[in-house]
Design a protein around this ligand. Structure first.
Ligand code: ZN
Length: 219
């Protein structure tokens, strides 16, 4: 009988575990003084890693914070130098935005840090821009869940609104793989920082494993 129960247990639960729900956390527009470091501390506390889509102009300002991201074990992605809408730029200008950022990042953290992920500013992209990015060796990473944290940052109870939105969208989407976009830079991100631990705990409660982009993109 015991063996039968064990057999049934394996039959029911093994396929489920093979279909594990995974989620990647991403942060745009940094590095940003204090805010990025606070986020890194939260990630450390919950033993998770994220991907930071950094801007060249911010990296230039805060190279030390970029080093801290790498030290924490999170990944770095390219988010251009000055945050332009790439669909409005010529190919040559797009390349300049991307390659200058790449050069600067590599100068600070070394060649060993792989730069393969790119997120377009304003999430604005078209086929032409994507082709240019691919020709530079980048994979465009969009989002499945947009936290809208930059918008809620100005609202009273902004952190609660961010938590509510992310969890509502996650429940509604009900996919096995999600990529959530937040912002560590671009303005005051107090609401994002307050929302983050609650979101991490709730995602884990819902059975999501927080993983790197590499793992999300594997299959
Ligand atoms: Zn951005």
């Amino acid at each position: 009988m015991k063996r039968l129960i064990l057999g049934l247990f394996l039959l029911v639960f093994l396929p489920l575990s093979a279909n594990e729900k995974i989620v990647a956390l991403t942060f745009d527009d940094g590095p940003w003084l204090k805010q990025t470091e606070k986020i890194l501390k939260i990630l450390d506390k919950y033993k998770v890693k994220a991907t930071f889509f950094v801007l060249g102009c911010q990296v230039k300002r805060y190279p030390e914070i970029l080093r801290k991201i790498v030290k924490q074990g999170s990944e770095i992605g390219n988010h251009t130098y000055y945050h332009p809408d790439l669909t409005k730029l010529k190919n040559k200008q797009i390349k300049k935005e991307v390659l200058e950022t790449e050069k600067l990042i590599k100068k600070i953290v070394g060649d060993s840090v792989k730069l393969t992920y790119f997120r377009p500013p304003y999430l604005s992209i078209n086929k032409r821009v994507e082709k240019v990015l691919n020709s530079l060796g980048y994979k465009v990473i969009m989002q499945t869940i947009d936290s809208n944290d930059w918008y809620y940052a100005r609202k009273k109870d902004g952190s609660k609104l961010i938590v509510k939105r992310v969890l509502r969208l996650i429940d509604k989407s009900n996919k096995d793989k999600e990529i959530i976009v937040f912002h560590d830079g671009g303005g005051n991100r107090k609401a994002t920082i307050q929302a983050l631990p609650i979101i991490i705990k709730e995602l884990q409660k819902r059975g999501y494993k927080i993983v790197s982009l590499k793992e999300i993109l594997k299959n």
